[in-house]
Design a protein around this ligand. Sequence first.
Ligand code: CA
Length: 368
Amino acid sequence: MGLRAFLVISVLGLLASCGGAPEATSSSGAAEPQKIFKWRLVTTWPKNFPGMGMAPEKLADRVRAMSNGRLDIKVYGAGELVPALEIFEAVSQGTVQMGHGAAYYWRGSVPAAQFFTAVPFGLSAQEMNGWLLHGGGMALWEELYARYNLVPMVGGNTGVQMAGWFNKEINSLADLKGIKMRIPGLGGEVFDAAGGTAVNIPAGEIFTSLQTGVIDAAEWVGPFNDLVLGFHQVAKYYYYPGWQEPGPNLEFTINKAAWDELPEDLQMMVRTAAEAVNNDVLAEYTARNNQALKELTEKHGVEVRRLPSDVLAELKRIADDKVDLMIGDDPLYQRIHASYHQYRQNVMNYNELSERALLNVRAEIEGY
Ligand code: CA
């Protein structure tokens, strides 16, 4: 008998003797057979859509591995079980246990949800993670979603987005007039007030809508995702910066009753996986956007343009008014806004001598 075989047999013998000794199991009673939880997760993205659309798959894989299969989450793409823009309702009502999307899609019924995706001219991805995970944002988000029997978790971030695809140049505010654009959330409301017409269309329908002239312009995400959807084939100008979504946070939502049923260790695995995926998504966008932008401009001849400063300033003014209107007299909305606003002010102050200072110095020395 080799040493290895001997050790295996010894260990098996030890296990067998433990099994026969009642005192070897917990004194509080033998563990019950471990329950297997089978969850369904619905998402606002097409199945396996690169970047954000892979976040739910990544979470499901991690949780399955960490729990040794005790929590098995099956992911359904937009429309497979529930239409993209109805998943909040489905998770809230417990039709399914879990969802992945963006909070601002629900702002029609939950206006303050906007704060937990992105506010125009608001927090960047790094700042947003700071507010949510260490700046008081998460507790407020949980309080807001408790109203809908939901537990929210961070679910990825795309970083600064692009302002969007247009077929005519935007040289002044007047150029926005009459443009019908896919731009969801508060950004869309601002676009409306600036003279355009905003519509929300799920990812899978944007290309055809642009191609057939149902819409004249569209913002989606940024180079990595926009290249995949082929917008360069139906629009000429690619505008920046993404004032409407400076660092949009994505979300996992969990039905409260389903969450409460999970043992603590599985809850910790879900939370840990969500935070890991949150990091992973942002890292992927950071790595891939540059390459995709190069392909769009060099291979496909896309013309990149910056929105004029006076147009951006006007959009900012409108956005501030819209935020005030959105808060209204709900005390929780007011606390969310106060927290967000105070945090934004604080990070902006420090950014002057950290992020911005570094980017400026780097550009100055390297001649950007
Ligand atoms: Ca967007």
